[in-house]
Design a protein around this ligand. Structure first.
Ligand code: PMP
Length: 349
């Protein structure tokens, strides 16, 4: 009875393997002082969780709007940006029209399209992991998609696409979603265009700035667009604890997040430079909180397994890009453990 669309769907891949050092999900580690943990506990203990939470999550929207420099009216919140990707795939254009995105990229764009029975219109990135504009335009003129997703920076490759190419694609009449999940590590944004244009929205998330467990995704767009997307949002999609804890973090302890982001940026530079010194891998520059690299001596699967044997979990993307893996940047000690394991594996071949 389950539809063919769903039976042929590959489930979303997450790493559940246990490992001493887990650098596979692009989280940001936050070191919370005991006093902050106590205050969070105190706030959580006051939640009347027999009641439904605020369906509009007004306080949280205000805290996010303040931190991101927009108005609450420009925001839709989702249970992670994953949920917002579903909403966009539901809301933009008729289902006969396909969904366009360059690959390799974040898998939810394709999953959400397939669930809804929409055609997945994928174009391979070029050798620099940038958009192949000519091929994209040919495909778009042929297939006439109405919705495009761009991860900016892209996951898993870590680079930002050329902005003019994205705009040229949009000019073909394609509603453009700029997924800025890693904005805090690139500093590049389409926010201004999202606030001015009805064919552009930006996605952000609290997941990559230390709050992945709270599941708060953020869609930013013109009020007219936001109002429509909000109609299909599931009521109460942001849980009470998430609303309370996220407000507290954004309002009172944002400096802890900012410090963690700065730490990550300097660690990214350090890990990148250390990786460049190693023989047996090719390392790609990153504007996100992870680094993409290619195994040159072993298959990607083999390198992944050998790192795991040494207690280090990274994400294996060999099924998407031959012999490529992605390592998230963690705390200094975790990064050192990764670098040490990688060095050992590459030198004992
Ligand atoms: N977009 C991109 C590009 C991502 O890499 C991720 C997480 N891996 C998401 C969206 C989903 O984030 P969230 O936790 O907000 O659902």
């Amino acid at each position: 009875m389950i539809s063919k669309r769903i039976r042929t769907l590959a489930p979303y891949k997450t790493e559940t393997t246990g490992a001493r050092v887990r650098l596979s999900s692009n989280e940001l580690s936050l070191k919370l002082p005991e006093e902050v943990k106590r205050l969070i506990g105190e706030a959580a203990s006051k939640i009347p969780f027999n009641r439904y939470p605020d369906p509009e999550a007004r306080e949280l929207k205000e805290a996010i709007a303040y931190r991101f420099g927009v108005n609450p009216e420009n925001i839709v919140l989702g249970n992670g940006s994953d949920e917002l990707i579903y909403y966009l795939s539901i809301a933009v254009g008729e289902y006969e029209k396909g969904v366009f995105y360059p690959v390799p990229t974040f898998s939810m764009y394709g999953i959400s399209a397939q669930v809804l029975g929409r055609e997945k219109i994928e174009v391979s990135l070029n050798d620099e992991f940038d958009i192949d504009l000519q091929k994209s335009l040919e495909l778009i003129r042929d297939k006439k998609p109405v919705l495009a997703y761009f991860a900016y920076p892209n996951n898993p490759t870590g680079n930002c696409f050329n902005e003019d190419k994205m705009r040229t694609i949009r000019d073909e009449g394609v509603f453009t979603v700029v997924d800025e999940a890693y904005y805090h590590y690139s500093g590049k944004t389409f926010l201004k265009e999202a606030l001015e244009r009805e064919d552009t929205v930006v996605l952000r998330t609290l997941s990559k700035i230390g709050m992945a467990g709270l599941r708060v995704g953020i869609l930013i767009g013109k009020e007219e667009v936001v109002r429509e997307i909000n109609k299909i949002r599931l009521p109460f999609n942001i849980t009470y604890p998430s609303q309370v804890i996220a407000v507290l973090m954004l309002r009172d302890f944002y400096h802890i997040i900012e410090e963690a982001i700065q730490r990550m940026l300097s660690e990214r530079q350090r890990v990148y430079e250390e990786m460049l010194k190693l023989e047996g891998i090719r390392v790609y520059p990153s504007e996100a909180n992870f680094i993409f690299f290619k195994s040159l001596y072993f298959s990607g699967d083999e390198l992944y397994r050998r790192l795991l044997q040494k207690g280090v979990l990274v994400r294996n993307f060999s099924y998407m890009v031959a012999n490529c893996l992605r390592v998230s940047i963690g705390e200094r000690e975790e990064n050192d453990a990764f670098l040490q394991a990688l060095h050992e594996v590459l030198t004992t071949y």
